[in-house]
Design a protein around this ligand. Structure first.
Ligand SMILES: Cc1cc2nc3c(=O)[nH]c(=O)nc-3n(C[C@H](O)[C@H](O)[C@H](O)COP(=O)(O)OP(=O)(O)OC[C@H]3O[C@@H](n4cnc5c(N)ncnc54)[C@H](O)[C@@H]3O)c2cc1C
Length: 393
């Protein structure tokens, strides 16, 4: 099997890389020293550039006016946004393919295509105080009263709520034919009854906050329920598959940047009369990082190509977990080695390795912890066997 990117994917990758390297990376330090913020006009300009490049249409079906790029091409693009710290790469909204299956035409017109145009900004509220790894345990409820649902509960770690216009809320249905089943809802970020309980500080320095939200009797029209009653968990799985794959892609981008930066440093930093790149213990760290990146990238591209080949969804679920598990753990190893190669400089916040070490740590936690990825892989192995889990190539 060949993992060579087709020429079209290479062209997209290079375009994305030029944008990241020229427009985003130079702003990292300003963001780091300013609680993650950059000038609002720059943020707007980045979003505009991404939209003009077509990035917000990459996963949109052709019938909806999108580009429907192969998933392999999309991972090669998203990988480039992993090269930059401080979430500066989160500069465009994604109208994701699963949304076009989950949403009706009215919702696509009111929410999803406006995401692609930069008019609607979404965030996702699934996790709760007592339900993280096991979202089936959520306690937030949605009870139907006529043409609306009333939503009650509390959501944790709601990433980007401070920049969002709408929240996708996962709740358990209360009463009715589907009592206890899950559903997803579009909810305006400023809906009456939706409040920020607390906005804790996290290890990274991002302008995207992760507050705890309280929902008290929040009214959501039936027209804003995504899919049918009881469809909630199925859509959450589609979205986890994509996010896990894209986390693996971003981790590969982070590793590539760290290897570039540490190689350049090691060739110029002279200790005891020699550039440290001449010392074999430094070479070993660089070599191990190259192996980590290469393996992570191949796993990610292979899982993406398996999507494009239309392989079985359940097997793809495990493949995305393999890629996410390996790439997120590898990225942390690479960032830790990079701090070591930079020496004392590597512990300064102005150093790229220090920032990445804090930032990639969460990739082993969000969208399912490393332990949960291992459980998914092991369950697939026991149910579908080895070939059914990683393919026969
Ligand atoms: C910065 C950040 C942003 C986030 N953004 C969002 C967001 O936008 N929307 C959202 O809904 N959520 C978000 N999350 C939540 C994230 O997805 C959860 O934190 C994650 O799924 C883990 O859940 P938990 O924190 O409740 O840990 P827990 O589920 O309490 O797990 C604690 C520990 O137990 C382990 N564990 C749990 N079950 C098992 C098991 N069966 N076997 C072995 N070990 C197990 C876990 O791996 C972990 O090590 C975010 C989290 C962070 C940190």
């Amino acid at each position: 099997m060949s993992f060579a990117l087709p020429p079209d994917a290479i062209a997209w990758r290079d375009k994305a890389r030029t944008f990241v390297d020229r427009e985003l990376i130079p702003l990292e330090l300003e963001a780091e020293m300013n609680e993650g913020r950059i000038a609002p006009e720059l943020r707007k300009r980045h979003e505009r550039t991404a939209i003009d490049m077509g990035l917000t249409l990459m996963d949109v079906p052709g019938a909806q006016g999108g580009l429907a790029l192969p998933i392999l091409t999309q991972t090669a693009i998203v990988e480039q946004f992993g090269r930059v710290t401080n979430a500066l790469g989160w500069c465009y909204g994604e109208a994701q393919g699963w949304m076009f299956e989950a949403c009706n035409q009215d919702q696509i017109a009111r929410y999803i295509m406006p995401v692609a145009r930069g008019e609607v900004h979404l965030c996702y509220a699934i996790t709760e105080e007592h339900a993280g790894s096991d979202p089936s345990a959520i306690a937030t409820t949605a009870e139907r009263h006529g043409d609306a649902y009333r939503i009650d509960g509390e959501k944790w770690h709601v990433t980007s709520y401070n920049l969002a216009t709408h929240v996708i809320v996962q709740a358990k249905l209360k009463g009715g034919e589907h009592d206890g089943e899950h559903a997803l809802f579009f909810c305006p970020a400023d809906a009456p009854g939706l409040t920020v309980k607390r906005s804790p500080a996290y290890a990274h320095t991002y302008d995207h906050h992760h507050p705890i939200l309280t929902l008290r009797d929040v009214a959501v029209p039936v027209a804003d329920r995504i899919g049918a009653e009881g469809d909630g968990m199925g859509f959450t799985h589609s979205w986890f598959r994509r996010e896990r794959l894209m986390i693996a892609a971003r981790c590969s981008g982070a590793m590539a940047r760290l290897i570039d930066e540490t190689t350049a440093f090691a060739q110029t930093r002279v200790v005891s009369g020699e550039p440290i790149a001449q010392y074999q213990l430094i070479q070993a760290m660089l070599a191990d990082s190259v192996v980590d990146l290469h393996a992570a990238r191949l796993l990610t591209y292979e899982a993406a190509a398996a999507h494009d080949r239309g392989e079985d969804l359940k097997a793809l679920h495990a493949r995305c977990s393999v890629a996410k598990l390996f790439a997120s753990e590898a990225a942390f190893r690479v960032a830790d080695r990079a701090v070591q190669i930079f020496g004392g400089r590597g512990y300064m916040r102005e150093n790229v390795a220090e920032r990445f070490l804090r930032e990639v740590r969460v990739d082993r936690i969000w969208e399912g912890t490393s332990e949960i990825q291992r459980l998914i892989i092991a369950r697939s192995l026991l149910k579908r066997g080895l070939e059914g889990t990683i393919g026969s190539n």
